[in-house]
Design a protein around this ligand. Structure first.
Ligand code: BGC
Length: 431
């Protein structure tokens, strides 16, 4: 089964998760706090900063034709208003490397990490961030825009509200568990599609507040991946729109969109109102701000089911990913179809993947997920590409390096790359 000519078959990464030594970023600081919620610091990560050419070569040789990666704001603007030409040159080289290999570079401007200085200025709840982000987007477009056809402004723009909801639920469960002197708290962890250590975060809260105050001037730094207020949620939308306008003013031909983390929300009888409310929060209320975008980046990993009392645990006997949520590759097709009912622009699957130690499981996951995408295309849904998460086994945020999502394994002692069979399997779908 091959997709039509021009359909992107790619893999995705994010700067902080693979490059290494992202020392001016907020995450770098948070990872090194004495009471950090991170299992381990990102350190040299996969040294992709120095080894990108080898990684893009492996991707190309396996037949893939697109590479989604992010440029790191904290490298490009390490201090407020100081833009580093050397770092822009680095990303120019990465883009050239893609182009020389016939690989489409799909660039994300913001993938969770921000410069530490931005967080000291109030981060993702501060009005000034909208203008800072616009200025950064404009600089990147001036410098790199000539080589780009696709830009994702903000990765998983809806992550903050998901975290707000899950933190609230987690607190409630932890309280109940404490009262009942039983632990039911761990259950809540797996429901967000990103590596977070909620238990550790709660335990560390008291100390972390003090340490954060020292590092960022506030006990509760508003990094991107933290619980957002409704006002902060709208601020993210304004940042997206301003950045998009800035990109279009310089290069109207670049196709611009953002990406959203979308679960396949399924209602069992009686669960409909819960599933609807979750879809409103996760997707529908963003529509006014993205309806005229050139594309939407769809990011899906699993499903969530609702019954008459609300969210249900994973079905009995379900196989779980390393991330502790259900392995359910059918979710992608369901989400694409659901999004299509309300969003008429192009869709790009900017992330979909599985953390597993068993690569044959990943191959099976890809087979099912891509068959779903193919059915969507056959029905005329404008899906333009599929990027698997992730090209490399990498730094899964608070969960560290233990989650293996990659098509390529990385020996962290030697940084040696070891392509898994799933890499060539995915490449086989490209025209
Ligand atoms: C994020 C990635 C992350 C992946 C797997 C997505 O939420 O964009 O950065 O590694 O999920 O958890």
């Amino acid at each position: 089964m091959a997709f039509p000519k021009g359909f992107f078959i790619g893999a995705a990464t994010a700067a902080h998760q693979v490059e290494g030594n992202n020392i001016h970023s907020d995450y770098w600081r948070q990872e090194l706090l004495p009471h950090s919620s991170f299992t381990e610091p990102s350190g040299a990560a996969c040294d992709h900063y120095n080894r990108y050419a080898e990684d893009i070569r492996l991707l190309t040789e396996a037949g893939l034709n697109a590479y989604r990666f992010s440029v790191e704001w904290a490298r490009i603007e390490p201090e407020e208003g100081r833009f580093d030409e050397k770092e822009i040159e680095h990303y120019r080289n990465v883009i050239r490397c893609c182009r020389d290999s016939g690989v489409e570079p799909i660039v994300t401007l913001h993938h969770f990490t921000s410069p530490a200085w931005l967080i000291r200025k109030g981060g993702w709840e501060a009005e000034s961030t909208v203008e800072y982000f616009r200025r950064y987007a404009s600089y990147v477009t001036e410098q790199l825009g000539a080589e780009l056809s696709y830009i994702c402004t903000i990765n998983e723009a809806n992550m903050g509200l998901q975290l707000a909801a899950i933190s609230k639920r987690y607190m409630l469960m932890a309280e109940q568990a404490q009262k009942a002197a039983a632990s039911g708290a761990k259950q809540a962890e797996g429901k967000v599609q990103v590596g977070m250590n909620f238990e550790k975060m709660m335990e560390n809260m008291k100390f972390a507040a003090m340490e954060n105050a020292q590092a960022f001037g506030t006990p509760q730094p508003q990094v991107f991946v933290s619980a957002r207020t409704p006002e902060g949620d709208m601020l993210v939308m304004r940042a997206h729109r301003e950045a998009k306008a800035a990109i279009k003013a310089i290069r109207p031909e670049i196709r611009v969109g953002l990406t959203l983390s979308l679960h396949d929300l399924q209602a069992l009888p009686g669960g409909e109102p819960f599933a609807e409310a979750a879809w409103d929060e996760e997707f529908r209320h963003y529509l006014p701000y993205i309806a005229d975008d050139d594309f939407l980046g769809v990011q899906n990993y699993t499903r969530t089911q609702y019954g008459p009392q609300g969210q249900l645990p994973c079905p009995e006997g379900a196989e779980l990913a390393q991330m502790d949520y259900e392995i359910y590759p059918e979710a992608l097709e369901h989400v694409i179809r659901r999004v299509r009912e309300e969003f008429s622009g192009d869709l790009i699957v900017t992330e979909n993947g599985l953390a597993t130690a068993d690569d044959s499981r990943r191959v099976a996951f890809l087979r099912t997920a891509l068959a779903g995408v193919e059915r969507c295309l056959a029905d005329g849904i404008p899906v333009r590409g599929y990027c698997y998460w992730s090209l490399l086994d990498n730094f899964e945020w608070q969960k560290g390096f233990s989650m293996t999502f990659g098509l390529i394994a990385v020996d962290r002692a030697t940084q040696k790359r070891m392509p898994k069979p799933s890499l060539a399997f995915l490449g086989g779908f490209a025209e």
